[in-house]
Design a protein around this ligand. Structure first.
Ligand code: ATP
Length: 303
């Protein structure tokens, strides 16, 4: 297998979804639901998004439990362009699970039991071989894994000269410190996450504050309004106009494709354009991982 240009560190969940007439209130039982199960977790979604958009295999660092969901996730990864040899199977811990209720309006309520994801430790990152980092160009991570593990990953990536991308989702205010943000080349919050991290509502103002704390550049994703790059230059990139069917994992599609474009040497503005195309494709299809676009599809739509 050729070496990976991209390393993704993150979470693996199985989404257990019930679509029902309404989301149950506390103490209520709602009948008439429809159930399906789907692979999820922000880390896995981002790794799969990158793997489909990349030419070469993408390395994914994660943890699953020694159970049916964990084995199902590994089986799923084996069908993608992913190197999964550094995914740890944690004994005596359940795999991550998200229980998702979706109502007829598409509104949802989600409860996550992170399980094995919380057992991906800094020691796992320390044990990764030096040549894995030496051969790579980009490190992508999010915040569904323990912060200390994410930080160790960023430190190793930075020490090896990789470009680091942190998608601060979910928004944890403890990462908004110079010690952590100085390890980040590109921070990719959505508007709500940027506001939560800084206490500032304005997109520009929040991004500037995050840059002042030490990250190189901020790309704030703005849903159907595209994204805003705040760095040496400030650029607004509009979204592609599409009919949205399901926006689940739009941000993950964006981050995975961004990592690929950056690893191939595209300037940030061009890379964000490429990511915008990939994210727009994901919103035209249902589900998280099933909606993620292939390189061929992104290339055909990118012009
Ligand atoms: P999610 O949590 O659903 O994964 P997010 O909140 O992290 O998403 P968003 O800002 O909603 O991220 O979306 C990420 C990117 O996806 C946007 O910058 C945009 O390029 C694209 N996108 C999202 N919604 C739409 C839409 N309705 N039409 C076209 N593009 C969209």
């Amino acid at each position: 297998m050729p070496p990976s240009a991209i390393i993704v560190l993150g979470s693996v969940n199985t989404d257990l979804v019930i679509r029902s007439p309404r989301i149950p209130a506390p103490g209520e039982t709602v009948l008439g639901g429809e159930y399906f199960q789907a692979p999820g977790g922000k880390g896995a979604n981002q790794a799969v998004a990158a793997a489909r958009a990349a030419r070469d295999p993408v390395t994914f660092i994660a943890a699953v439990g020694d159970d049916e969901f964990g084995r199902g996730a590994l089986d799923n990864f084996s069908r993608e362009n992913l190197v999964s040899q550094y995914i740890t199977t944690v004994p005596n811990q359940p795999s991550g699970v998200a229980l998702i209720f979706v109502d007829e309006q598409g509104e949802n309520a989600i409860s996550v039991a992170s399980g094995a994801n919380l057992h991906l430790t800094p020691q796992h990152v320390d044990a990764l071989p030096e040549n894995l980092f030496a051969a790579a160009g980009v490190f992508l991570c999010c915040l569904e894994s323990p912060v200390e593990t994410v930080v160790r990953g960023l430190q190793r990536a930075r020490a090896a000269g990789l470009i680091t991308i942190l998608n601060p989702a979910p928004a944890l205010s403890e990462i908004a410190t110079p010690e952590i943000l100085k390890l980040v080349d590109v921070l990719t919050p959505n508007a709500g996450e940027a506001a939560l991290l800084t206490g500032m509502q304005g997109v520009e103002e929040a991004a500037q504050q995050l840059r002042n704390l030490g990250c190189g550049c901020v790309i704030t994703t703005l849903g159907p309004d595209g994204c805003q790059i705040t760095g040496e230059a400030n650029v607004r990139i509009p979204s592609r106009k599409v009919t949205a069917v399901d926006t689940t994992a739009a941000g993950d599609a964006f981050n995975g494709a961004l990592a690929v474009a950056v690893s191939e040497g595209l300037a940030l503005e061009q890379a964000a354009h490429w990511a915008t195309v990939a994210a727009a494709m994901a919103v035209t299809r249902s589900g998280a991982q099933p909606s993620l676009a292939s390189r061929k599809e992104i290339e055909a739509a990118f012009s």
